[in-house]
Design a protein around this ligand. Structure first.
Ligand code: IDP
Ligand code: MG
Length: 137
């Protein structure tokens, strides 16, 4: 089975949506292989989002991602990476398809409650960043 990486963002935890988000994820066929609540340092957030360095939303994104705790998760299911991106919906909740996690709960394009790895390669990189000791066999 394929694995992907997800993170519930600070707005999700702050708004007490953690339970709803986890229920949604489980109901959509994902198994939680690992889960940890933690606070990102500025350096961790900057490394995690380094592909966006220099964009106008980068600095506020790092501020937001370090504004409170997050929940990092390793999720497994068939075609996990693609399916998870599908069920979370587009980055901007206004453009996210009806019934997707972001369409249901996100407030705006920055505060969109959840992260999902966008490729197999990034999923692997992000999993080993947060769960270096995990055995994914
Ligand atoms: P993704 O999370 O859907 O993969 P990315 O383009 O990788 O979206 O952007 C990373 C995160 O940066 C988004 O989830 C969102 O929190 C924030 N972000 C992206 N685009 C914008 C924007 O135009 N304005 C404000 N924040 C943005
Ligand atoms: Mg992305």
């Amino acid at each position: 089975m394929e694995t992907t990486f997800s993170m519930l963002k600070p707005d999700c935890i702050e708004r007490k949506l953690t339970g709803k988000a986890i229920d949604y994820i489980l109901e959509h066929g994902f198994e939680i292989r690992a889960m940890e609540k933690l606070s990102l340092s500025k350096a961790q957030a900057a490394a995690f989002y380094r592909e966006h360095k220099g964009k106008e939303f980068y600095k506020p994104l790092i501020e937001f991602m370090t504004s409170g705790p997050v929940v990092a998760m390793v999720l497994a299911r068939e075609d996990a990476v693609e399916k998870f991106r599908e069920v979370i919906g587009k980055t901007d909740p206004k453009k996210a398809k009806e019934g997707s996690l972001r369409a249901l709960y996100a407030t705006d394009v920055r505060h969109n409650i959840v992260h999902g790895a966008d490729s197999l390669q990034n999923a692997e990189r992000e999993i080993s960043f947060f769960f270096p000791k995990i055995d994914l066999i």
